[in-house]
Design a protein around this ligand. Sequence first.
Ligand code: FMN
Length: 412
Amino acid sequence: MTDPLQRPLTLPNGSILRNRIAKSAMSEALGTPDNRPTSALYPLYRRWSEGGCGLLITGNVMIDRRALGEPNNVALEDDSDLAMFQAWAESATSAGNACWMQLNHPGKQAPKGLNQETVAPSAVGFGAELARFFDTPRALSEEEIWDLIARFGRAAALCQRAGFTGVQIHAAHGYLISQFLSARHNLRQDAWGGDAERRRRFVLEVYAAIRAAVGADFPIGIKLNSADFQKGGVSEEEASALMRSLDAAGIDLIEISGGTYEAPAMSTGISLSASSREREAYFLSFAEKVRHEVNVPLMVTGGFRTRQGMVAALNSAALDLIGVARPLAIEPDFPRRILAGEPPRQQTPSRISTGIGAIDRMALMEVAWYGRQLRRMGQGREPRPRESALTSLAMTLLESGWHTFRSRRVRA
Ligand SMILES: Cc1cc2nc3c(=O)[nH]c(=O)nc-3n(C[C@H](O)[C@H](O)[C@H](O)COP(=O)(O)O)c2cc1C
């Protein structure tokens, strides 16, 4: 087969993805107020399943309902909602694609007032801008760290029982695992911090717990930052050292993204050179650098919009799988059209702005705008790609109130 996008991808454990386009995680916030899945997830995922991706990755599912990243997150702690998760997995794989669940813990990136308290590797708060929205966390005890590791393992086993075909560990974008990796946020001087190797321990233990829970045949992926793009944060050298460790430990897929709430490169490419942005994919140059250091398949996410850009990236051999998020929120069959060589029907907006300075500075609009598109599809309706930010804001406030809007994440 000559089309590089249509070529199946065999993962290290032998499982096969049917093509090279993957939907990257987008938090749906379609859980109940007490964080159980709702049936709105089924039509949404059925559409995405029919949309042509080889792999769908769900929005982040929380491993601890005491630690949510936003209201209406889904949490997975025990088997009490197994039937709902099963129905979700069934609709998400109905067209024969793979669907992996993304597992996450927000650490200190949890808006004020959402959880009773916030925990993190160390009691390090945010800088002045974000301190308005996030509390200074309490440092985790050794016992709590082991409890969280065990929770990742339990959630993965439940996800496997429910019929999802893999899991992805969310270790990017400044959440708990990212916080452990970063010398800026992890000031511990025990077995979990002090140097890069000890800062890596948490994520490697999470991987080991999940592998022990799901067995050798179940795919485990991870989403990592190529760099945090902030002073004292994870550097590209540290990120590639971590990738080598995960490769040696047997991970099946590494997705490369970048940025944190404080420096949101994942959705803007803001800290990147003009040439990286021009090549569509924000993090392609990092993939090129690490490709020869690891054997594990690489997925790169952030900025891919055209067939031409995707084919060029695959032909460069720096990566194996194209990750796409926002286009799928406004055009659920975007992959099918790209695979068929047809141009997308919709242009993904380059910036969602209300024109109201205070609201735009809070950078809440983008998540709210895209989130509303997902909710519409969850109601069996069409997305509204041309909806103005102001209308979207008004509708979001009407539907869920100011408190919910304000306590949604500052960035994805
Ligand atoms: C509404 C929204 C929600 C998101 N939620 C998540 C998430 O739960 N987990 C995650 O790893 N990334 C999340 N992201 C980031 C995307 O996976 C992706 O990295 C980013 O949007 C860049 O890719 P794109 O340019 O194709 O959209 C989210 C993005 C958006 C727009």
